[in-house]
Design a protein around this ligand. Structure first.
Ligand code: SF4
Length: 430
């Protein structure tokens, strides 16, 4: 079934409601505007928009609110604040189900609005209405049995299907990062990884179709040896259809239509200085096995700043990593840490980052992320910076630094340039 919808006026409702359903999602929208609710096809609340704030639910049942008020605001809300929002969401779904089953209604004109869609919508509403706050809490416990915390993803992968082939970060000592301090690095055996995949599939159920990309987690999954990586990727291919790497643009579009549950590619983080452990032919083989893009926490092109951050590897390692991946046909997402090293490293950071970016063979398949430094609680960076007198940059200075790097970048081909994007780790949710 594809997208189906109905814009309905019930006798007992003040406002008409637009109900739509497509594989993986059920949406409700009062008066074609808001409040607007989205549930996955299993019945989990995905997000709510009340006309002012967006509330996004994580799979461990926490709620991130985002809104605009003199700029962008982001805040995790308390359980006490979340419960009424969740109860109201399911109450609207239940009321819509009840009214659609028992009272007279009129189908109003709106995009795709049709009386033929009613049985399909009723089925979706029935599933959603069987959920409530308590069931979401139970579901969050299930999620935590299947996954170690999903600590961070690149912004274009927030809706990916995460598979934890490894756990943690093998290095775990960068002073600004605490994402994986809670676990030791380990690589799963193919058998354990397969068990994890089966649990993940069971957990997501029919809503797995919402996940179009596969993200191989945790921090440095691609650093495992070639032989191990191949055996892990073979397990992936036993369980999922992954779009072949060699398709043309038109063929990709056709493939997506013909494989609605298929995955568009495999994505992962990688450390710059571990790429050299695989040969060019091995990287090409990994690309053939579906790995589309690797995200590199470059942070800076300025060697003294990388040392200050205790980031392993050098700017040359980063450049070599990008070259090796690109030559193999794997795109890159290069992440720059704006504000790192505060005032002390400002000029060197801008100058050498621009120079390093300009030496990379980047094109339209690649991304350059600008991630503003966020002091994470417990990160040694803050104390170290204070001790040596490094002054943090203000928001304005960070904007200036980002703009200087952006404007210093010269694409190899102006018609084939990488995409710039913002990576705000405060917005991360899974
Ligand atoms: S920044 Fe990357 S390499 Fe450094 S500790 Fe964090 S996850 Fe590990």
């Amino acid at each position: 079934m594809r997208f189906q919808a109905a814009f309905l006026k019930f006798e007992t409702w003040d406002e008409p409601i637009y109900i739509s359903r497509r594989p993986g999602v059920v949406n409700l929208q009062l008066n074609l505007k808001y409040p607007a609710y989205a549930f996955d096809s299993v019945g989990r609340l995905l997000h709510v928009f009340d006309g002012h704030k967006n509330y996004l639910r994580s799979l461990d049942n926490r709620y991130l609110s985002k809104w605009r008020q003199n700029g962008k605001r982001i805040e995790w809300i308390s359980k006490e604040a979340a419960i009424p929002i969740v109860r109201e969401s399911y109450a609207v779904a239940s009321r819509a189900l009840e009214s659609l089953s028992s009272e007279k209604f009129e189908v109003l004109p709106a995009p795709k609005s049709s009386p033929e869609s009613i049985p399909y919508l009723l089925e979706g509403l029935r599933t959603v209405s069987s959920w409530n706050w308590e069931r979401l809490e139970e579901d969050a416990k299930r999620f935590k049995r299947v996954y170690k915390p999903v600590s961070i993803l690149p912004p274009d992968q927030y809706m990916a299907l995460v598979l934890q082939a490894t756990e943690g970060c093998w290095y775990n000592k960068c002073t600004f990062c605490t994402f994986y301090r809670d676990r030791r690095f380990r690589i799963k055996s193919p058998e354990e990884f397969e068990k994890h995949i089966l649990q993940v599939k069971e957990f997501f159920g029919s809503a797995i179709v919402l996940r179009k990309n596969l993200f191989l987690a945790d921090a440095n999954a691609l650093m495992v040896s070639y032989r191990t990586l191949v055996s892990l990727l073979e397990v992936v291919h036993r369980h999922f259809e992954v779009m072949p790497a060699t398709l043309t643009r038109e063929e990709r579009i056709r493939w997506r239509t013909e494989h609605p549950g298929g995955l568009h590619g495999i994505y992962s983080f990688i450390d710059a200085f571990t790429t050299g452990r695989k040969t060019p032919e091995e990287w090409r083989d990994i690309a053939r096995r579906g790995v589309r893009r690797a995200y590199i926490g470059m942070e800076s092109g300025h060697a003294p700043l990388l040392q200050f951050l205790r980031k392993p590897g050098t700017p040359e390692d980063i450049l070599n990593a990008v070259r090796e991946l690109k030559e193999a046909g794997i795109a890159v997402g290069v992440i720059i840490l704006i504000g790192a090293g505060g005032d002390r490293f400002y000029e060197g950071h801008v100058r050498d980052t621009v120079e390093l970016l300009n030496s990379m063979p980047l094109d339209h398949e690649d991304l350059i992320y600008f991630s503003r430094f966020v002091p994470l609680p417990g990160a040694p960076y803050i104390e170290i910076a204070k001790e040596v007198g490094v002054k943090p940059l203000s928001a304005e200075e960070m904007s200036l630094q980002e703009n200087e790097i952006r404007s210093g970048f010269v694409p190899k081909n102006p018609n084939d340039r990488p995409k710039f994007s913002v990576y705000d780790i405060r917005e991360f949710i899974y």
